[in-house]
Design a protein around this ligand. Sequence first.
Ligand SMILES: [Mg+2]
Length: 103
Amino acid sequence: MELDNFQKEIAKRYKSFDKKSGPFFLMTVLAAEIGELADALKAERVESVKEELADSVFALVSIANIYDIDMSSAIEEKYLKRDMGEIHKNWTEPYLGKRLDEL
Ligand SMILES: [Mg+2]
C-alpha cells in the first residue's frame, strides 16, 4: 500500500478520534513507540523492529492528519528534491562528531 493511500485510510478510521485526543497525546504515543523500536533494535529482534516501525509510522501519520499535512509530499520535498549534501550537513551527533561524508 502506498503511503498516500495508507494516510487516507488512517484518516478515515481515526482522524476524528485523533483530533479529540490531540497532537500531544499522539506525540506521547510516538515517543513510546520509538522507545519500543529502540528496544527491538538493541535486542536485534527483526519482527519486533518491523512492528515498532509500523507503530511509529502510524503515530506520525496520525499527527500529520490532524494538521492536514500530506506526508508523501512532505517527505518528497524534504528528502528527494534536495541535494544529499544539504540534507547531511547537520548530521553529526549520531556519528560522534564526524560528518556522514567523512565516514
Ligand atoms: Mg509498539
